[in-house]
Design a binder for this molecule. Structure first.
Ligand code: SF4
Ligand code: SF4
Length: 423
């Protein structure tokens, strides 16, 4: 760690008075019940390491990595300890000492090379053939049956457009829609819903084909160098774009632009001024739409049946960006929806990016609690603004659950187009 970073991290861990208020709500601690694996224990271990009392041993590495980075501890700490900052600094240190495992390096190399990513999707598309599906029947990736993993879009979502989508008539605004890799390669239905709604708001939408992966998966794994080119390009292009807002449909891309880019650049002792501009321009698409809900032609005299919907708060939206009202405002405004709040809506789903594949036993317990809360509502749909959460929750549901997992923008689009009643 750089000398300045060590001083900063040391100051942060010294804030801990060991009160323990962060411990009981830690979803990992609730599963493993080991003091060293709760936020207080981890902070104390980092303190001892920085004081030179313990080495960065393999056991210490496991403890630091067995964390969902859900930030529940951050919001529960009265002393202002930023566990996320401390743990990310340590992850960067771990990569320096131990390197990254080859599978992660392979995936991050793909994600940070758009050409390579694009061509790999051609093979992934072929991989979903009937033959391969028969061969992989019964296989699981972490806790998720292979057959429940998302299907690759027939063609990349961004290829549907010529860069700019103009509304009929004079535009009321201009936005940049950063689709992220997930919508581009797996979630075309979400992307189309976003475009349909923004068009109804008479907004001009810029979706250039050339967008780089936000790189957050690598950043949060402690590998800050690999995504640095993507980060610099995204910051340069998006912060200079002449638009009212940069919109994202993915909680994690939003967290990258609003939080993690600045943290990474600071960690590397680099300039952050442009990244601050991008932070100021970035909004989750639900925030943007929730402020303009009154301009949308939602049916006023709907008399049909209602569909029960509940909402799960993604960690990267509720804690990393402080967004929780906007999705609820949208869902409650839909005349065809009966909105029901679930217990512990803002508790982590247990996905944590690759955490669910690295530590499936711990992840399983966390996800099962989340799914139990969803089931208790009797909802037919659970909505959430994070593709990772949708994969984790949807992939861990039982077949007899009959609960769909959707982005709130898909429900809004259906409500506007009259498809909800027919569903
Ligand atoms: S970030 Fe979440 S999982 Fe990690 S220590 Fe904090 S509460 Fe526990
Ligand atoms: S809540 Fe904050 S001060 Fe209290 S033990 Fe946890 S990290 Fe330390």
């Amino acid at each position: 760690m750089e000398r300045q970073a060590i001083q900063e991290t040391k100051k942060m861990v010294d804030r801990c008075n060991k009160c323990g208020l962060c411990t009981t709500s830690c979803p990992v601690y609730q599963q493993v019940l080991i003091e060293a694996a709760n936020p207080r224990g981890r902070i104390q271990l980092v303190k001892y390491f920085l004081e030179g009392k313990i080495p960065l041993s393999k056991r210490f590495k496991e403890i630091i990595l067995t964390c969902l980075l859900c930030e529940t501890c951050v919001v529960n700490c009265p002393s202002g300890v930023r566990h996320d900052q401390v743990f990310n600094d340590l992850r960067a240190e771990l990569v320096k000492q131990y390197g990254l495992d080859w599978k992660k390096r392979f995936v991050f190399n793909l994600l940070t090379n758009e050409k390579l990513l694009r061509s790999s999707m051609v093979f992934a598309r072929l991989g979903r053939s009937r033959l391969i599906e028969t061969l992989t029947k019964g296989m699981r990736i972490g806790n998720i049956p292979a057959g429940k993993l998302p299907r690759v879009n027939p063609r990349p979502f961004r290829d549907r457009f010529n860069g700019v989508i103009r509304p009929d008539g004079e535009p009321k605004g201009r936005v940049f829609y950063f689709t992220g890799c997930f919508t581009n390669y797996f979630g075309a239905d979400v992307g189309q819903a976003v475009v349909n709604v923004l068009k109804q708001l008479r907004v001009e939408i810029e979706i250039p084909a050339a967008q780089d992966c936000c790189g957050i998966a690598a950043i949060l794994s402690g590998e800050g160098d690999l995504p640095l080119e993507n980060v610099s390009r995204n910051i340069a292009v998006l912060s200079r774009a002449r638009v009212d807002a940069v919109l994202v449909d993915c909680a994690t891309c939003g967290a990258a632009f609003r939080k993690e880019y600045i943290a990474l650049l600071k960690r590397k002792g680099m300039e952050t001024a442009q990244a601050e501009i991008l932070k100021g321009k970035t909004f989750d698409v639900m925030e943007y739409v929730a402020e303009r809900l009154g301009e949308l032609p939602l049916p006023k005299d709907y008399k049909g049946g209602k569909i029960r919907v509940t909402y799960h708060d993604p960690c990267h939206l509720v804690r990393a960006q402080g967004v929780s009202d906007a999705p609820r405002k949208i869902l409650k405004a839909l005349p065809q929806v009966e909105y029901v709040e679930m217990e512990e809506a803002n508790t982590c789903c247990g996905g944590g990016g690759s955490f669910q594949f690295d530590y499936p036993e711990i992840s399983k317990g966390v996800t099962e609690k989340k799914i139990a809360c969803i089931r208790e509502t009797g909802a037919r749909v659970v909505a959430t603004g994070c593709p990772g959460c949708r994969v984790t929750i949807g992939g861990n549901m039982n077949d007899h659950d009959r609960i769909d997992v959707l982005h709130p923008m898909q429900l809004l689009d259906m409500a506007l187009s009259g498809k909800m009643g027919k569903w």
